[in-house]
Design a protein around this ligand. Structure first.
Ligand code: SF4
Length: 236
């Protein structure tokens, strides 16, 4: 346990993708992997960093990102620099749009939408674009290729699931964790362009109408799902 790693320092590092571990002195760096795709080059780089700065391994997160544990505080800047130089995304933490969670719908025989393409598109348009936009709390987007809902879009702040070829259902207000709620499916199905606009509207509405610390599903419950649905379906 290091006394010099104050709560302020820990919070600042968490916002940059470095999460303090239970030993109170080392960190796990989170690396966002759009659509969970790992090429040999990416795998080699992650393994190399784990070998030189950690304990020789990395692990997968629930949302198909990666964490490399046991990074020393003194090595954080070097690790960040090396990952960024390899075009990897460090982050996926804090009160902001989180990394986009999806399934293998681009190759799965049941997939009705190209989940990889949509996830990469959403990563650019929402995760990266709004990275410096503070929100009341974390905001999770999940994309499923079909009704089987493997990545569980119904328990995401906003979830998208294939219904017909390139047409999706949209769920709002789901979450899992200390509190749980199942998202409400909006009436109808939508094109991918409409779904993108709905997500964008939802982020803006949450930014302006959520209370500090309030999760999106709590805001939906407070304001009413009809009110929120009406707002986020505007101009789609
Ligand atoms: S949600 Fe559907 S498309 Fe995605 S992995 Fe599951 S079965 Fe396949």
């Amino acid at each position: 346990m290091r006394e010099d790693l104050t709560v302020e320092i820990q919070n600042s590092l968490r916002g940059q993708g470095f999460l303090i571990l239970k030993d109170g002195e080392s960190f796990a760096v989170r690396v966002v992997l759009p659509a969970g795709k790992v090429t040999k080059d990416i795998s080699d780089k992650l393994g190399d960093i784990a070998q030189r700065y950690g304990r020789g391994y990395f692990s997968l997160t629930q949302r198909l990102d990666v964490e490399i544990p046991f990074i020393k505080y003194e090595d954080i800047e070097s690790v960040k620099k090396e990952l960024l130089e390899s075009n990897l995304i460090v982050g996926g933490t804090g009160r902001r749009v989180r990394s986009i969670h999806t399934c293998k719908g681009d190759v799965c025989r049941f997939g009705l939408i190209n989940t990889e393409e949509l996830t990469r598109d959403f990563t650019e348009k929402f995760y990266k674009k709004y990275y410096d936009t503070p929100l009341p709390n974390k905001f999770r987007i999940t994309i499923a290729g079909c009704r089987n809902s493997c990545p569980k879009p119904q328990i995401s702040d906003i979830g998208i699931a294939g219904r017909k070829k390139d047409m999706v259902a949209v769920f709002i207000g789901g979450m899992n964790g200390i509190s749980q709620s199942t998202g409400t499916e909006l009436e109808g199905i939508y094109t991918l362009q409409q779904a993108e606009k709905i997500v964008d509207n939802a982020i803006h509405f949450y930014k302006n109408s959520g209370e500090p610390g309030e999760r999106f599903p709590k805001m939906v419950a407070r304001l009413g799902v009809e009110t929120v649905a009406k707002e986020i379906l505007k101009n789609i």
